[in-house]
Design a protein. Structure first.
Length: 258
């Protein structure tokens, strides 16, 4: 819950222009931090309702939301609001985990289930879902079966080594609406230790930039950066990395000029 606060603090190091791509998002768009959603700390389903209703207003106003998390549960109610406006959404999902579990301790809503809930409610265009950086040990002998059965493209972390990461992904997304959901644990814990479920042998920051910059020109209708947990990284580097990745997402939004 302290992730957004530290990302904001570290974002003081992020400047106006992208020196690598030339993007000038603050010259191209109206950009504002509109504060936190007021959630119910004692009731997760009610928190999802509050998030969904807040984002319905944000999306209806014409804003493209870039969200600071927070655990990955939040993507579910955000996509409820985004899909209400745009219809089923394509998804670029960077993560160590597919987050398509069904239940935990009997509960259907938690940070390991958001994309299964999204599938069940028809929020995703499953033919345009790509999950990148997936890895780690598993409770199941075929942990990606559910995703592939839905038509998702699953790119395990080992398939990212020494390869271009967004070539096929761009073709898959086409010109329809796309949402970017970036779990900070998609990166190797050597770079981003400040997260609750670290997995070894993850992506590098350079690969993260390649993925996000590879989304330039897509019809991006929203983004999030989730799972930053400051207590596990006293240096603040995980949040600094998160702030920079959010800036890179801002730089690839439609309408950003160079």
């Amino acid at each position: 819950r302290f992730g957004p606060r530290q990302i904001r603090a570290e974002s003081a190091m992020v400047r106006r222009y992208n020196g690598s791509t030339g993007a000038a998002p603050f010259d191209s768009l109206q950009v504002a931090d509109i504060g936190d959603v007021n959630v119910n700390l004692y009731n997760l389903p009610d928190s999802c309702r509050l998030v969904r209703e807040s984002y319905q207003k944000i999306v209806a106003s014409g804003c493209v939301p870039l969200t600071l998390g927070g655990d990955h549960t939040i993507t579910y109610p955000i996509l409820q609001a985004v899909a209400e406006k745009h219809g089923p959404i394509g998804l670029v999902h960077v993560d160590a985990h597919t987050d398509t579990g069904d239940r935990a301790l009997g509960e259907k809503i938690y940070h390991g289930t958001p994309f299964r809930r999204c599938v069940e409610e028809g929020l995703l265009d499953c033919s345009r879902v790509v999950q990148i950086g997936i890895r780690g040990s598993s409770y199941d002998p075929d942990p990606y079966k559910y995703c592939r059965d839905q038509g998702f493209r699953v790119v395990p972390a080992e398939d990212c080594w020494r390869k271009s990461l967004m070539g096929e992904g761009r073709k898959q997304m086409g010109d329809k609406p796309v949402y970017i959901s970036f779990d900070i644990d998609g990166l190797d814990p050597a770079y981003a230790p400040g997260t609750g479920t670290p997995e070894i042998a993850g992506l590098t920051p350079a690969q993260a930039l390649e993925i996000i910059r590879g989304c330039k020109g897509l019809n991006v209708v929203g983004c999030d950066l989730v799972e930053v947990a400051p207590m596990y990284d006293v240096s603040g580097n995980t949040a600094l990395l998160g702030a920079n990745l959010l800036f890179e997402m801002l730089c690839v939004l439609p309408g950003v000029k160079t």
